[in-house]
Design a binder for this molecule. Structure first.
Ligand code: HEC
Length: 162
């Protein structure tokens, strides 16, 4: 590579980098619309539901450690993303894939949603850990602990008709 080629390469790399960082800034400065946030949270919960269903199916049928590990890891990964950031002000009402089923109480200051979310994350991470052991009884018991956290939050903060 001669000198001219080298400086051309350096310049195009700099341009490419600039384009990437400008893109990143643009993304930051345009917060997601409420409708998008509601879609994301409904989608995240759908994927969580899918994987809980899958674990239940395996627990009720022929046990397969790898299948449980995969789904438990997926649930834990999503729980660790911070689903709370999808429940910002302005998303109390509105339509994502469908009308939100979050109750207005969820958004009130001092609501127990943070506590419920914390328990959910804790039990999801624990299930991911326990699933690696392949100990079916331990996985069953941890799975019940996890699904109990879904129920407590839904009882208080999700509309029944969903
Ligand atoms: C901290 C509270 C909380 C926890 C914990 C929680 N959920 Fe939910 N879930 C909600 C709320 C609120 C909605 C309604 C979201 C909306 O419509 O905007 C919801 C919606 C859902 C939906 C419907 C998504 C859709 O299509 O609209 C499913 C499925 C679901 N949750 C499954 C689960 C499962 C399974 C767990 C536990 C492994 C769980 N959730 C834990 C609060 C919670």
């Amino acid at each position: 590579m001669n000198k001219r080629q080298k400086s051309y390469l350096a310049a195009s790399l700099a341009m490419a980098f600039l384009a990437v960082s400008v893109g990143a800034v643009a993304q930051q400065s345009a917060p997601a619309k409420p409708e998008t946030l509601i879609k994301w949270r409904q989608s995240a919960f759908q994927v969580i539901g899918w994987n809980c269903g899958h674990i239940k199916q395996v627990l009720d049928g022929v046990y397969n450690k790898e299948e449980v590990v995969k789904s438990a890891n997926a649930i834990a990964a999503i729980s660790n993303l911070g689903l709370g950031s999808l429940f910002t002000t302005g998303t109390e009402q509105g339509k994502g894939w469908h009308e939100t089923n979050a109750k207005p109480e969820l958004f009130k200051e001092g609501s127990k949603v943070g506590e419920y979310a914390g328990n959910f994350v804790k039990e999801a991470n624990e299930l991911a850990k326990v699933s690696n052991s392949g100990d079916v009884a331990a996985v069953k018991s941890q799975f019940s602990k996890l699904t109990a956290t879904c129920k407590s939050c839904h009882d208080d903060f999700r509309r029944k008709d969903s």
